[in-house]
Write a protein that binds this ligand. Structure first.
Ligand code: ADP
Length: 459
């Protein structure tokens, strides 16, 4: 087993990793920036080390700072969490060079899957269906136009190195595409340091369904069913659930088998997720693989009873994955709402302030993963995630009713949150009937805004 883990992250995921370490009897050291000195993870961990100033480029994104923090505290391994350096192959390589076990896959597989074009090509070669589009990176606007003529509009330009839903552009016709191409390249270059683009058919009214996998170092891999993350705002997930209300047991088995084909083909090790889009006819298409733990992992944990973060640690320690595919049973239903510091009435503007009072929801079927406490001021330099409220119930309706109850019960004062929007979503008739798709939240928000404007005009 591992002896001491450096937690190279912050916020709720740092707390989640510290908790898993404690349960396995592993010591944890939290690497924190000056802005995170008072964080909950720092309080809960066995030790902590300051790695630099608030700006991520000088702390959480700076490999030498993290590696020296691990070395001076005698760690034998590094857990990167999600975001920051979690999908950076150079960081993984540096860790291994310094005799620190990187808790994730090899640098080589990260490099392959971190590049969307290469990831697509690799999965296609393994027999996994991908969205129709360019073979690899586009060589120029002429090639983009030619492929678009073959596959038909609308099309999507996507940065090869992209992430977080950023930098994607939809083109509805040829003149749109010719206009969007240079802008998309410039945006990708500015955001990711690489202007390479790929082109995909833009699928409308689709669902985002992803398969969770676990693989050990001895070639044994299983999948843990799917998560449905179709509730998105600006291509970013806001509510996730397991299982997906639109996936039949047959499709689940087929998608799972395809995901495992991909995983085995690349010799993947540790926890990972293959993301797919599913159309109205039930056809699914691979879009990308995330080579790390994901924000929404708790819904899978709740419906399978498998602790994914513990398995990440055990697999990294060289333990064999003792779970077999037959051991995985998807039971009941789990929903996660991402509670962000945002003002939904002002177009989700990031909000700040000191948490005056914090009372997380509780009772049967409720789990909260959060780094909040009363008196804490979330630093403005990082993402706006404050808490994840996870509810589970006998079925989807039960889990949603519980979520409504939990959202009402949750008290966070001193800072604006998106809870009012979640309350609308969980009771929306189309969402309740699972008729939503990746563009649905935008439609709902438009209606909500119009209703508020009309109410103001009357009032
Ligand atoms: P990122 O890595 O930036 O998150 P992804 O490729 O994972 O980008 O896509 C994020 C989201 O963007 C998807 O969940 C989906 O809503 C939308 N999307 C991506 N590719 C397509 C596509 N070809 N057609 C329609 N929507 C897409």
């Amino acid at each position: 087993m591992l002896n001491k883990v450096l937690v190279a992250n912050r916020g709720e995921i740092a707390v989640r990793i510290v908790r898993a370490c404690q349960e396995l009897g592993i010591k944890s050291v939290v690497a924190f920036s000056e802005a995170d000195r008072d964080s909950l993870a720092v309080r809960l961990a066995d030790e902590s080390v300051c790695i630099g100033p608030a700006q991520p480029a000088h702390s959480y994104l700076k490999p030498p700072a993290l590696i020296s923090a691990a070395m001076i505290t005698g760690c034998d391994s590094v857990h990167p969490g999600y975001g920051f350096l979690s999908e950076n192959p150079y960081f993984a390589e540096m860790c291994e060079d310094c005799n620190l076990k990187f808790i994730g896959p090899s640098a080589e597989t990260m490099r392959m899957m971190g590049d969307k074009s290469l990831g697509r090509q690799t999965m296609r070669a393994a027999g996994v269906p991908t969205v129709p589009g360019s073979e690899g990176e586009l060589r120029g606007v002429e090639e983009a136009v030619e492929i678009a003529r073959q596959i038909g509009y609308p099309v999507l330009l996507k940065p090869s190195a992209g992430g977080g839903g950023r930098g994607m552009r939809v083109a509805n016709d040829e003149s749109d595409l010719v206009r969007a191409y240079p802008t998309a390249r410039a945006e990708a270059e500015a955001a990711f340091g690489r202007g390479d683009l790929l082109l995909e058919k833009y699928l409308v009214k689709v669902r985002h369904v992803e398969i969770q996998v676990l693989a050990d170092s001895y070639g044994h891999a299983i999948h843990l069913g799917e998560r449905d993350c179709s509730a998105q705002r600006r291509h970013q997930k806001i509510l996730e659930e397991a299982p997906s209300p639109i996936i039949s047991p047959e499709v689940r088995a087929k998608m799972g088998a395809d995901a495992l084909k991909g995983v085995t083909n690349i010799g993947y090790v540790n926890a990972g997720t293959l993301e797919f889009l599913v159309d109205q006819e039930g056809n699914y298409y691979f879009i990308e693989m995330n080579t790390r733990i994901q924000v929404e992992h708790p819904v899978t944990e709740q419906v399978t009873g498998v602790d994914l973060v513990r398995w990440q640690l055990r697999i990294a320690a060289g333990e064999p994955l003792t779970l077999q595919q037959n051991d995985i049973r998807i039971a009941k239903h789990a929903i996660e709402c991402r509670i962000n510091a945002e003002d939904p009435e002002r177009d989700f503007l990031p909000a700040g302030g000191e948490i005056e009072f914090y009372l997380p929801p509780g009772g049967p079927g409720v789990r909260v993963d959060s780094h909040l406490y009363a008196g804490y001021t979330p630093p403005g330099s990082y993402d706006s995630l404050l808490a994840k409220i996870i509810t589970f119930g006998e079925n989807r309706d039960d889990a949603l009713n519980r979520m409504r109850r939990a959202l009402h019960e949750c008290v966070i004062t001193g800072i604006k949150t998106n809870i009012p929007f979640h309350l609308i979503l969980v009771d929306d008739p189309d969402f309740r009937a699972a008729r939503h798709h990746t563009g649905y939240v935008a439609e709902l928000l438009r209606r909500w805004k119009e209703e508020r404007a009309a109410a103001e005009a009357v009032g």
